[in-house]
Structures are given as C-alpha cells and as structure tokens.
Write a protein that binds this ligand. Structure first.
Ligand code: GTQ
Length: 347
C-alpha cells in the first residue's frame, strides 16, 4: 500500500514545518518568494498633508505645551499606510516643529541625522556643534548625527520648519543613542556665518580635512538656491522626467550633503509636466513655491506652498506645475546608492 498520495505529502510537510519551529528553524521554500521578491511592493501610501490642515493643530499645540517641556514641540506626519510606525516613508521620519519667540528647545544629541527645511517665520536659530544659524523660509539646514544642537527664537512671530530624520534607518541597525546636554543651550564657539564663509562660497581652507561624512556647510540659504534654480531655464530645456533637479552637495567631496538622507530641490516651469518616472527611494516632497499636482498611479494629489506630500518607492508618478513650481525633496537615495540598491525607471 502506497503512502505517497499528494495529501499525504502535504500533511507530512506541514508536520515537518511544525517540528522545525521549536528549533528556531524554517524551510526557505515556504518563504522564498516573499523574502526575495521580483520587485518592490510600494511601502505606505501616497499622501499629502496640506498646511491649511496642519498649521492650526500646530498652533493649538502651543497652547498645550511649551517647547521646553516638550523638548521638541513637533507634530509628526505618519504615513496612513504605515499606522503606528511614526514613519512618513519606510525609511524616513517627518515632523513639523513650532517654536515661539523667546522659547528654547533644549540641547541634546543623537545618532539620528536631522535636516530642517524652513516653512515660515524668521528670527529663530538652530545651534549645531558650536555654531548658530538663523533660518529663513526655504533654507535647508543640517544637524549631523551626534552633534549637540538646540533651537531658539529671537524674533517675534511663530516659526515652523519641517524636520526630516533617518530614524527608521538607525532603528533598523539598532544604532540609536541619545544624550541631553547639562544645560538648556550648548556652547556657541564660532560666529554666525562661519561655516558658509569657509566652505559655502566655492572656497575651502587649504589643508581642510573632513572629520564627518556631512557637508561642513550646514545652512544652504534659499536666496542662493533660488537664484541658481531660476538661472537654469536660460541654459536649456528641463529634463523630461525630473525637471530642473539639483542636489545639495558636500563641497569636500562633491557627494550628497548628508550620509543617509539625500536632499534635492527642483524647478518645474509653469505648465510643465514630467514624463512618468519611478525609483526605489520613497520620497518626501515639500512645495516651496508655486503649485501643481502629482499623479501617483491614477490618484491625483493637488498641492500648494508649505504642503508636504509623499510618494512611496517604485510607484510611477508624474509632476505637474500650474505655476513656476519649486519642490524640495528628501529620501534614502544616498544610502541606497552606497549599498548598490538604487534603481530608477523612466517611461
Ligand atoms: O530637533 O532634534 O522632529 O531630536 C524629532 C527628534 C526633531 C530635533 C524631531 C528630534 C528633533
């Protein structure tokens, strides 16, 4: 009598899989397709946080808690497709931080890298590793991993910026460390503008040796960025898939400005629409000026200045400018490139 019927085989296999469990083993062939997919499944959803919605909640938060008590008074933006994760994409965190005149967000440091992209207000500063920089709308500011930093506000209107951090990346490697400084403010040892003068004008001190993987320029003022962007159309047509897309660079080596977060800014002239494009990096966008919409698969998402929207990796999308449109963007592209994982597709 044969025992080799198909159902016998199946139930013997199931029994075998159960036997493996207590020994902390499993059969690869039951999981192979999931472990080694033929292509990425987009993580999370395309979504837009309109500033008209987020700003009133941010202002209300200031009636509930001070920057000091909160340590950082931030409303984080969580991808609706990744509930409970505190992530805006699979690898990136995003929050809107509010600081009022006279407040201080106390000094600390952590192994997560942070960027600030300034949304509104003026007169607030961030102090990073001994240097203060005052922030203006559209400025891109870096807080490198493990540098002491605090924020303060010498102006007279609320100041809001976007925080972008690589929290999920650091968490993946279980490499998170944090320390609070012994007082509210960490010492400021260099004058305002020092880094920009030394490293941000096309000059560099002779003999400069980098001690970090971050750009020594830690504030990229929008006034300069904007001037560069709007000069580009004079020299030729935009790239059909990306528009006039520029990356923030580290002047020491010409690479990306930060080791784990790729930061970019682009101009799409009024009426311009990109051809369909996708890449393996999930991307967070901030509408800086102008307006338009993004088509992600068949979904249309309209955006206006100060809105934040996200496009998951490997989703095909097109960008449409209804007026001259400036978009800031960040993603894990720099990390993917270093690991040989980055792929893009132009249609
Ligand atoms: O300003 O240091 O949004 O440590 C989240 C964590 C901001 C900051 C955030 C942080 C900060």
């Amino acid at each position: 009598m044969t025992t080799n019927t198909a159902t016998d085989v199946m139930s013997r296999r199931d029994a075998f899989y159960r036997e493996l469990q207590p020994h902390a083993m499993a059969a690869l062939w039951t999981r192979l397709r999931k472990l080694i997919p033929s292509e990425p499944t987009p993580a999370g959803e395309a979504h837009c946080w309109s500033y008209g919605t987020t700003r009133p909640y941010l202002m209300e938060s200031a009636t509930l808690i001070s920057a000091e008590e909160a340590e950082r008074r931030v409303l984080l933006m969580e991808n609706p497709g990744l509930p409970g994760s505190s992530r805006i994409t699979n690898t990136m965190y995003a929050g809107l931080q509010l600081i009022l005149p006279g407040e201080v967000a106390p000094a600390h440091r952590h192994t997560q890298s942070a960027l600030r992209f300034i949304i509104e207000g003026s007169g607030a500063y961030t102090a990073v590793d001994g240097e203060k920089t005052y922030m203006e709308p559209g400025d891109f500011v870096i807080t490198p991993a493990w540098t002491w930093h605090h924020h303060g506000h010498d102006g007279d209107t609320p100041m809001v910026w976007l925080d972008g951090l690589d929290i999920p990346v650091v968490s993946f490697f279980n490499g998170g460390f944090r320390e609070e400084f012994e007082s509210e403010a960490s010492p400021v040892t260099r004058p305002v503008g020092d880094a920009l003068a030394r490293y941000g004008t096309g000059l560099m001190p002779v003999g400069h040796r980098s001690s970090t993987m971050n750009s020594p320029v830690f504030n990229y003022p929008y006034a300069r960025t904007r001037e560069a962007l709007f000069a580009l159309p004079r020299a030729g047509a935009p790239d059909p898939h990306t528009g006039y897309l520029m990356r923030y660079t580290n002047p020491v080596d010409g690479g990306w400005a930060m080791p784990t977060i790729a930061t970019m800014i682009r101009l799409l002239p009024s009426g311009f629409a990109t051809l369909p494009y996708r890449a393996t990096d999930s991307t967070v966008f901030v509408c800086v000026e102008g307006g338009g919409h993004v088509m992600v698969s068949n979904r249309r998402i309209d955006f206006a200045p100060h809105d934040v929207f996200v496009v998951p990796g490997w989703c095909r999308y097109t960008l449409h400018a209804s007026q001259d449109l400036v978009l800031f963007a960040y993603s894990d592209r720099v990390a993917q490139e270093k690991l040989g994982l980055f792929r893009e597709q132009r249609f």
